[in-house]
Structures are given as structure tokens and as C-alpha cells.
Ligand binder design. Structure first.
Ligand code: PMP
Length: 429
């Protein structure tokens, strides 16, 4: 057993002053048991906890650290920005460069507004869609997570699902009524909702590749089908690419699958590890945002200089090195194939879903295509697996209903270490 007495003491103290001891629920390790690790630093593929233990990180800050931790160029950019003052609350040249860069990389984005988190991005995007269409209702998919905005805490994934509160107290009935729910990968269900709510639906929002009920892949023709339905019925199609943006391709899932939404929400990688989000889309829609138009949305720290500096280095790096995506895909495919071989040998039921550098190992024999099938997973078995991996120095997402993220810091040596730990873990229970 790793010595984790400092993490334990910190968690005990944290619980006195922070609800549940953490600033974001999944960090508390509730679904897998045990004490969460308090992290002191990270470099490349490794995390180091307060007790000095080293772990290979397959969470990567829930996605942003696609180049591994503490990348020197990003560190340098943040240092340079901070020396000119961390915030002005005024326009800067970096914001313009950032906006132009995003528009050049993400197919659906002609104009973009920077915000401070993925939650802000999705909340703002649906307000714009409602303002633009003059309609109130939205459609979201069961098990997708779009941050903690009220409208999205209906059948929500990620921590809300892990903690058993997919519908959160505190969301008013009125708000909940305006969110219509459909299963992922089910076009017929969308047609039915549209037929029952004619001319009432402002937007349809989804994770084009889901990360938040574990990784779930869009069926052949599903995204195209949604595109056609939304076009036919004047519904704004929003791809929430907070996870998939700049991860599955430079232009995210919309580039990978060749389907252009009307609006996109972005986060995570876009800030290089700093708290950033963005929403953007077609010019005429985005021009309804204040002060160009009447839909209000603002932010004191939006476009923050340090965040822009870090994000610019990250995005420029990805743009200059498109080969990264092929490499990440190759590394991840080999890793999940090898992991799959070992589980098969060990005799456990499993399904692995992978797109590029995102994957989830579900402990179920059922093909996972939506929320219902994701829920067939044996979460108790996942908890045992998680703990066994942790003991061998591999830090996985602490819930079955999350995706794992591979960074460019995973080389053959790191992949071998993950595989060895995986083999041992499967023998231990
Ligand atoms: N959308 C998606 C697809 C996400 O995965 C997340 C966070 N995991 C969010 C929105 C919310 O982002 P944030 O936690 O930065 O508010």
C-alpha cells in the first residue's frame, strides 16, 4: 500500500471547510472508495501526490493536458503574461489572435466569445440559441454532461450520474420542463420530440462523441441525421466539444465526422490547463451576442491574458503538428487492444470504446451505445480495478462513467508500465 498519510490528513481538514472536501465532486473518489490523493505537482506523464508517490496520469486534468503536464512552452508563455499583470479587464491583442486561430481550426466557428469554463460556454450557447430563434425548449441526450448549468442538470452524466443525482435539487420545475431528453444514438426519439413540440425547440445539444457516461461513439449516420433534422426544423445544432475539441482532431469531432453544427462549445485544451471556455458558431447567430446584439453575456476575467497566452501556445502547437493526432490514435489503439487481450485472458466481461485518444473500459459484455447500456457496467468491479491500478501507480478517472485521456507524453515505456499494472490488477481480484 502506498503511504498516503498527508493526503488523508488534508482530506480530513478539507472536509471541515469545503463541502465534501473537494471543489468538484468526482475528485472525492466516492464511487471507487478510499481517500482522494492531494496532488502537489506533475510533469510529463506523471503526477506526484503530497506524500511523494508518483503516478502515471490517465486523467490529464480531465482532458486539457494533451501534451502532458508542465509543458515548457506553456509554462514560459504564462510566466511572460503574468509579468505584464495577470488581468486588465480590457481588450488585448492575444484575444484577437486566439479568436482568429479558433475560427481557422474549428469548421463551424466563424465568430467566437471566450468565457472561463465549459459550463459558462454551454449556458451561454443555449441562451444565444434561445434568443436567436425566439424558442424556449432544448433537447439534450440522456447521460451527456454539459457542465452544471440548470438546464443541463436533467439526466446528466459525469459526476451527477456517478453520485446518483442526474436531476439536481435546486433546478426549478420550469427550467426542467424546457429540457427535453432523448437517448443518445436514437434518431427516432428526436423525431418524436420534434413532432410533439413543433416550432418550440431552440437547440439540440450533445457531445458528438460522449465522454461523460464513459466514452460512447456516435453510430454511423447519427450525427448526419441530427444535422438534417435540425436544418429541416430550424433548430440550432450545438456540438459540445469541451472534451473533444482539439483532442479528436484540430477541428474536433465535427472535423473527424464531417458534420458541421451551427454552434460549438469549447473548453479544456483551449486553455492549456488554465480555466477557459469558448462558444462560437455561424456569424449571424453569434452577432446576436451583446454588444453586437441583444443577447446578454459577459465576464470580468474573460479572455484573461494568462489563459490566452497558455491557450495560444497549445493551439499553435497542435496546428503546427497535425501528426500528433495520428500518433495519439496509434498509441491509444495499441494500448486498448493490449488491455483488451489481457482482460479476455483473465476472463472478465468487458467492452472498450475508443475514439482517438479518448477511451473507456466498461466492465460489461453489452455493447455500450447509450446511457442505458453504459449502466449495465459492473461499477463494483470497476472500483476494485481502479484501486488495484492506483496501488501500482496508475491514476485513472475515479468512476466508470468517465473517459480516460492519453497525452503525447505516453511513450512505449509508459504504455508498457500501464499494461503491466493492468495485468497485475486483473489478477488481484
Ligand atoms: N461539457 C462537457 C462535454 C464536459 O465534459 C464538461 C466538463 N467535464 C463541461 C461541459 C463543463 O466544463 P467545466 O467543468 O469547465 O465547467
Amino acid at each position: 500500500m502506498n503511504e498516503i498519510s498527508r493526503s488523508q490528513a488534508l482530506f480530513d481538514k478539507a472536509k471541515q471547510f469545503i463541502p465534501g472536501g473537494v471543489n468538484s465532486p468526482v475528485r472525492a473518489f466516492r464511487a471507487v472508495g478510499g481517500n482522494p490523493l492531494f496532488i502537489k505537482k506533475a510533469k510529463g506523464p506523471y503526477l506526484y501526490d503530497e506524500d511523494g508517490n508518483q503516478y502515471i496520469d490517465l486523467i490529464n486534468s480531465w482532458g486539457p493536458m494533451i501534451l502532458g503536464h508542465a509543458h515548457p512552452a506553456i509554462e514560459e508563455a504564462i510566466r511572460e503574461a503574468v509579468s505584464a499583470s495577470p488581468s486588465f479587464g480590457a481588450p488585448t491583442a492575444r484575444e484577437v489572435e486566439m479568436a482568429e486561430l479558433i475560427c481557422s481550426m474549428v469548421p463551424s466557428v466563424e465568430k467566437v466569445r471566450m468565457v472561463n469554463s465549459g459550463t459558462e460556454a454551454t449556458m451561454s450557447a443555449i441562451r444565444v440559441a434561445r434568443g436567436y430563434t425566439g424558442r424556449d425548449k432544448i433537447i439534450k441526450m440522456e447521460g451527456c454532461y454539459h457542465g452544471h448549468g440548470d438546464s443541463f442538470l436533467i439526466a446528466a452524466g459525469s459526476g451527477a450520474l456517478t453520485f446518483g443525482y442526474p436531476d439536481s435539487p435546486g433546478v426549478t420545475k420550469g427550467t426542467a420542463q424546457d429540457t427535453l431528453i432523448a437517448p443518445f444514438n436514437d434518431l427516432k426519439a428526436i423525431e418524436n420530440l420534434i413532432a410533439k413540440n413543433p416550432e418550440e425547440i431552440a437547440a439540440l445539444i450533445l457531445e458528438p462523441v460522449v465522454g461523460n457516461m464513459g466514452c460512447v461513439i456516435p453510430a454511423e449516420g447519427y450525427l448526419q441525421g441530427l444535422r438534417e433534422l435540425c436544418t429541416r426544423h430550424g433548430i440550432i445544432l450545438i456540438f459540445d466539444e469541451v472534451m473533444t475539441g482539439f483532442r479528436l482532431a484540430q477541428g474536433g469531432a465535427q472535423e473527424l465526422y464531417g458534420v458541421k453544427p451551427d454552434m460549438s462549445t469549447l473548453g479544456k485544451i483551449i486553455g492549456g490547463g488554465l480555466p477557459v471556455g469558448a462558444y462560437g458558431g455561424r456569424k449571424e447567430i453569434m452577432d446576436s451576442v451583446s454588444p453586437a446584439g441583444p443577447v446578454y453575456q459577459a465576464g470580468t476575467l474573460s479572455g484573461n491574458p494568462m489563459a490566452m497566452a497558455a491557450g495560444l501556445v497549445m493551439l499553435k502547437h497542435l496546428k503546427a503538428h497535425p501528426e500528433i493526432y495520428g500518433q495519439l490514435d496509434k498509441t491509444t489503439t495499441k494500448l486498448v487492444n493490449d488491455m483488451g487481450d489481457e482482460i479476455r485472458k483473465a476472463g472478465f466481461n468487458f467492452t472498450i470504446n475508443q475514439v482517438g485518444s479518448m477511451f473507456t473500459l466498461f466492465f460489461t459484455a453489452t455493447k455500450v451505445t447509450d446511457f442505458g447500456t453504459a449502466k449495465t457496467s459492473d461499477t463494483a468491479l470497476f472500483a476494485k480495478y481502479f484501486q488495484a491500478m492506483l496501488q501500482q501507480g496508475i491514476y485513472l478517472a475515479p468512476s466508470q462513467y468517465e473517459a480516460m485521456f492519453v497525452s503525447t507524453a505516453v511513450d512505449n515505456n509508459i504504455a508498457d508500465k500501464i499494461l503491466t499494472a493492468h495485468r497485475q490488477a486483473l489478477k488481484s481480484f
